[in-house]
Design a protein around this ligand. Structure first.
Ligand code: SF4
Ligand code: SF4
Ligand code: FES
Length: 209
């Protein structure tokens, strides 16, 4: 076990645990979207910044393991500025239609925006939406490219369940989307239909048909 201080609170944790996990387990909310417990952190959402004493600049807490005598601050001006920038970036490719969205009121993006006091439709934000609103090509799932925040949790959850992922990132840059490998791969899954990807998606960008 190690002993550390987060926002002046003394905390004991298992050595090697990701700092983000320790914060969340101790009711200290750090904005995050791409972290998935039990999988290798991808650090793609750039939201979970914290300041650690001795470090020059804020670091992503999902990629740092706790160590003895660490002193952490989760609520500094620099941290909030970086988090708001990351959120605005995500919103620039997100089609906000909460009333029609199955994630409404259970949505991580809504929670984050409220926490960071950023509107879901910030002024002066250039939006880059994709042409396809709904991809219905998969026999089991629908995918909503303009809702997807490309956190990658679906891919990592799938890999965690089956040893290999049956979906992946496709295309590049602002055209990046999630793509399924196809029905053939699905039919090789053991037992009932697996919906791990649906369950971990923070914005319901993958739904069951
Ligand atoms: S994913 Fe969240 S923020 Fe986006 S439309 Fe749905 S409920 Fe609204
Ligand atoms: S479909 Fe959902 S879980 Fe997968 S990358 Fe998009 S937002 Fe993340
Ligand atoms: S949760 Fe750490 S970068 Fe996304």
């Amino acid at each position: 076990m190690v002993r550390l201080f987060i926002d002046n609170k003394e905390i004991e944790a298992e050595a090697g645990t990701p700092l983000l996990q320790v914060c969340l387990s101790n009711d200290i909310y750090v904005p995050n979207l791409c972290y998935l417990e039990g999988t290798k952190p991808q650090a793609s959402c750039r939201l979970c910044f914290v300041e650690i004493e001795g470090e020059d600049r804020p670091v992503t807490s999902c990629t740092v393991e706790v160590r003895d005598n660490m002193v952490v601050k989760t609520d500094t001006e620099a941290v909030r500025r970086l988090q708001r920038t990351a959120l605005r970036f995500l919103l620039s490719t997100h089609h906000v239609k909460c009333k029609e969205c199955p994630a409404n009121k259970k949505c991580e993006l809504q929670r984050l925006a409220k926490f960071l006091k950023v509107g879901l439709r910030p002024k002066n934000l250039d939006r880059h939406l994709k042409e396809t609103e709904t991809d219905k090509s998969h026999p089991v799932f629908n995918y909503y490219p303009n809702r997807c925040i490309l956190c990658g949790r679906c891919i990592h959850a799938c890999k965690r369940e089956h040893g290999k992922a049956l979906l992946t990132f496709a295309k590049r840059g602002i055209d990046t989307v999630i793509s399924f490998y196809g029905e053939e791969d699905m039919s090789r899954l053991p037992g009932e239909k697996c919906i791990a990807c649906v369950e971990v998606c923070p914005v319901k960008a993958i739904t069951l048909k």
